[in-house]
Ligand binder design. Sequence first.
Ligand SMILES: NC(=O)c1ccc[n+]([C@@H]2O[C@H](COP(=O)([O-])OP(=O)(O)OC[C@H]3O[C@@H](n4cnc5c(N)ncnc54)[C@H](O)[C@@H]3O)[C@@H](O)[C@H]2O)c1
Length: 303
Amino acid sequence: MNDLDLTRLLAGKAAVVTGGGQGIGRGHCLHLAAAGASVMVNDLDAERAATVVHEIEAAGGKAIGSQADIGSRAGAERLIADCVSAFGAIDILVNNAGNLRDRSFLKCTDEEFDAVWRVHVKGTFWCAQAAALRMKTQGHGGAIVNTTSGAHFGSFGQTAYSAAKGAIASMTYTWATELAKEGIRVNAIGPLGSTGMSDTYKGDKPAAVADWIDPALNGPMVVFLCSHLAGHVSGQIFGTGGERISHMVQPHYGKTLIRPGGWTLEEIVRYFNLHLPQEFGAFGILGKPYPFHDGVRPRGAEA
Ligand SMILES: NC(=O)c1ccc[n+]([C@@H]2O[C@H](COP(=O)([O-])OP(=O)(O)OC[C@H]3O[C@@H](n4cnc5c(N)ncnc54)[C@H](O)[C@@H]3O)[C@@H](O)[C@H]2O)c1
């Protein structure tokens, strides 16, 4: 550790950060550059991307801006191709860009759902596929960091966003499995930070984000995950930001009841309440105790 120069941890690596012009993505760009990576700062907003490029250059780092829209296959492919032309390779991809169209489920429109799905899910899919194909050709592996959120546990008013973040978590697990043979590691973070996006959140704020949190505090963990120091880490999700690094436990089957020959309806009625409701644990993004033990009924209806 003593002779490890962290300012050269990613020296010689080429990185792309989507949505890097502000907020959490800006922090990733600054930290990746400070660790020696050449950084392609992507953002729909070219001016914001240029500002981050200048910040990196002023600190002695190397960066280029890209205005590609990652919410289209053409934009995503152009972004990765531009990184390769500028820096000769792509070694690191941080899928960070995101948008919101918060609306309660019964009012959520197709347009709102599609807008969120296109940027988060398809944007992540398109960028990662283009990057991984190139990493495979290069032959020396790579690192992909996706961005999910505790919203995928369930988040009031965020049907599209929670669905998108759940899909990103699932893609992370699947890609880690498929890309290991190419030496490509795939992890994700569920970040925290006070940003343009967090300002628009209408639900109860998790205690962790009630105060201002520097969005750049997510960057060091992203650098670590992208470095050889995390060569043994893939298919993992970490809650980052603020003062925490939290390992997100992969969903898995819990208590399991086995009945040879299968379960009849009669037996389910007999055994379900004896064995399973006690297993219903923390629920939703706020991690509240399971709220429905007394039943779910229309407002005002008698218990
Ligand atoms: N802020 C939080 O506390 C929080 C919590 C959980 C997850 N996240 C996730 O972290 C990521 C960054 O969020 P943020 O809070 O910094 O948001 P932000 O709105 O401040 O920044 C997002 C950036 O993405 C860019 N962008 C949007 N669509 C794009 C596209 N099609 N192509 C290129 N760039 C595009 C925007 O221009 C913007 O600069 C998002 O994926 C978000 O869902 C944030």
